[in-house]
Ligand binder design. Structure first.
Ligand code: AMP
Ligand code: TRP
Length: 339
């Protein structure tokens, strides 16, 4: 049941491959911490995934994998609504209405589209181009207040705010100037941008061809140790001053991961390790990663053997999300003049 006094939190993850440490520290860990004091909806955004072709069998299993990671990482279905985007058709319906609000010039500024389309701009799907409108629909459909995401989603959030504002203005005589709340992004500084273990200037990403670039939830302890021992560093020792990390992106990244997992300030991590060689630091970082990932991995294995339970959770999530989106969509249709 929705608690009207609590702020509404909405976020989503695409079921497009194995989730990694960047997803965890930038987003999912943050989702878990919000559950007690907020009214949270956590979505598996399969309609976003198909903006780029997905093998249907892989997509189906990736959807269940994201749901398992949500649960294993500590999202509690008694507190939060966990559901699959395509099971609530109102997301696509509102996205269409928002297609008619968003200006083409706004979409043309989206850097994620430019990066994903690259030189192939004329030949990517039109869904990839209007992707941010669907994301805005996800958020606005539940009148969300807060959206926890990694830094790469900041621009999409700003666009969502512009879309909400324009809708409110365009229909101010019908829905009022504050019909849609203007959602705030929730982006944690330290962990909002976890970089590749092979190249500190590139984001850790599901699509990087090298699995050595990322720590995945399904990695064994030995794989974690191997990936960290092979993680790129440089010949200098660990510095004592944060400013000395500026031109050392790989070292900066490893220290940030340590700080984020341990909950200690970057300065404190530096004073513990300054002047030391990387071998000791990397050993401690592997231990810390294992302490965080091993319990999640074990829970994932358990859930893998209990697909009935997983599907039950998702069905309940759909029912709850539908109940809310149905009421909200009726209001939206009425304001726009569609019924
Ligand atoms: P995606 O896998 O693209 O659906 O991303 C799911 C969530 O993880 C989003 O909130 C992203 O911003 C976040 N995320 C993805 N990669 C990283 C990263 N390397 N560092 C921090 N957050 C990330
Ligand atoms: N675009 C987000 C990503 O790639 C996923 C997403 C879709 C999302 N809809 C959302 C995130 C709504 C937050 C809120 O990571």
């Amino acid at each position: 049941m929705q608690d009207k006094k609590k702020k509404v939190v909405f976020s989503g993850v695409q079921p497009t491959g194995s989730l990694h440490l960047g997803n965890y520290l930038g987003a999912i860990k943050n989702f878990v911490g919000l559950q007690d004091d907020h009214d949270c909806l956590y979505c598996i955004v399969d309609l976003h995934a198909i903006t780029v072709w997905q093998n249907p069998n892989d997509l189906k299993s990736n959807i269940l994998d994201v749901a398992s990671v949500y649960l294993a990482a500590g999202i509690d279905p008694k507190k939060s609504v966990i559901f699959v985007q395509s099971t609530v058709p109102h997301h696509a319906e509102l996205a269409w209405i928002l297609n008619c609000i968003t200006r083409i010039g706004w979409l043309n500024r989206m850097t994620q589209f430019k990066e994903k389309a690259g030189k192939n701009r004329e030949n990517v799907s039109s869904g990839l181009y209007t992707y941010p409108n669907l994301m805005a629909a996800d958020i606005l459909l539940y009148f969300s207040d807060l959206v926890p995401v990694g830094d790469d989603q900041k621009q999409h959030l700003e666009l969502t705010r512009d879309i909400a504002q324009k809708f409110n203005n365009d229909y101010s005589n019908f829905g009022g100037t504050d019909f849609f709340p203007i959602p705030d992004p929730l982006i944690l500084d330290e962990s909002s941008r976890i970089m590749s273990l092979r190249d500190g200037t590139k984001k850790m990403s599901k699509s990087d061809p090298s699995v050595m670039s990322r720590i995945e939830f399904k990695d064994s302890n030995d794989q974690i140790i191997k990936k960290i021992s092979k993680a790129k560093t440089d010949p200098l020792p660990i510095p004592s001053n944060i400013n000395d990390l500026e031109r050392r992106p790989e070292v900066n990244n490893l220290l940030l991961i340590f700080s984020s997992l341990s909950g200690s300030k970057l300065n404190d991590v530096l004073s513990d390790y300054s002047g030391k060689q990387f071998s000791q630091f990397k050993k401690d970082l592997s231990d810390l990663l294992i302490a965080n990932i091993e319990p999640i991995r074990e829970e994932l294995t358990r859930l893998d053997n209990d697909q009935v339970f997983l599907r039950e959770i998702l069905e309940k999530g759909t029912d709850e999300a539908m109940k809310r989106s149905n009421i909200n969509m009726k209001k939206i249709r009425d304001i726009v003049g569609l019924n």
